[in-house]
Design a protein around this ligand. Sequence first.
Ligand code: COA
Length: 380
Amino acid sequence: MAEQVQEFSGAIDKGLEGIVACSTAISSIVDVTLTYCGYTIEDLAANSSFEEVAFLLWNKKLPNKGELDKFKTEIGKRLSLNKEYVQFLKQLPNKGVHPMEWLRSAVSALALWDKDANDISPEANQRKALDLLSKMGPIVCAFERLRNGKDIISPKPDKSIAWNFLYMLSGKEPDAYQAKVFDTALILHADHELNCSAFSVRVTTSSLSDMHSAITSGIGTLKGPLHGGANEQVMKMLLRIGNMTECEKFIKNALENKEKVMGFGHRVYKNGDPRAKILRGMSEELGKRRGEPQWYQMSVKIDDIMQEKKGLLPNVDFYSASVYYCMDIPIDLYTPIFAVSRISGWVAHSLEQYSNNRIYRPRGKYVGGLNLKWAPLEKR
Ligand code: COA
């Protein structure tokens, strides 16, 4: 029998580097410029709010005042978690569990209380989009409260997603500066073209599955240390290094052992990640205000060493670690916070995919054995 070998004309690249898998009008990366729907990240970080950015990503235009007010009101109405759902959350194991595992299960289960879970009409999708955007932060805060045996705090609907996150986490009202810093961090993480988790959201959506399933795929993908999980690893590394004088030795060892230094490198940015630049300034300022400049200073030192020894620049996860640390946020919540922001981009990708869908179904080049003959168990 002639061997059947599949013929493929396109080059195969492990990790699909450089492959264009869809058209999108959500965000774009050109060299060191990241834009959301045409607006630079620098412009949005300086002037916008996370709610406005979410509206922009979903509607491809900035809202006018009336639209933004309505959008915020709709979010405010949805920040609370219903009692039955909270009862369910209380049953989930939370000891020795990574918050991303818990979040993945909690968001998946949210669909069970949504009467429109399987309705993928544009109207139902808009409503579910708002619900997911609003509830992601309160769900992460619920995890933190429950694992510490504390009551879940009720949100304040007239306040922002960022403000409510800090409030529902600690029970203390954040000051204007803290709320602004956190809001900016949410803006910076909101979307990033066809990143790994946005791609998985689009793949799930493309089967015409429901939005909760798509977002659950996104959370599972973000969890990995090569994607959203890196920020947590960065802070653990800074704590392990401990002080400025140890930085050089630690990084040298890591590189000699061919270990990846978390928070460095990027598939697309080769000349630097613009988000890291903004976060670097935030890390410096927060460190000063808190009287703990060492985390920023060590980060800068590591940044210099990595550039000198490896030619690698920091990505979004590097300076966000010290930013969150200086805001007293538990280290294992850094990646869930990424999800609190990235839900806006995931939803945008899901809505865009629904609106112009074709199922994703690439091919795999088969490189295994051929023409094998089945043999009974005793003859193997
Ligand atoms: N530390 C040390 N070396 C690194 C590195 C890092 N953080 N990132 C990349 N490299 C090296 C690789 O070892 C490889 O070197 P080699 O050619 O000598 O083997 C080269 O740079 C290319 O790296 P590769 O892993 O193939 O790049 P990628 O495009 O597949 O992966 C990342 C991109 C972001 C996943 C990768 O840079 C990485 O793992 N970074 C650390 C995790 C991280 O910060 N993730 C957050 C991304 S926003």
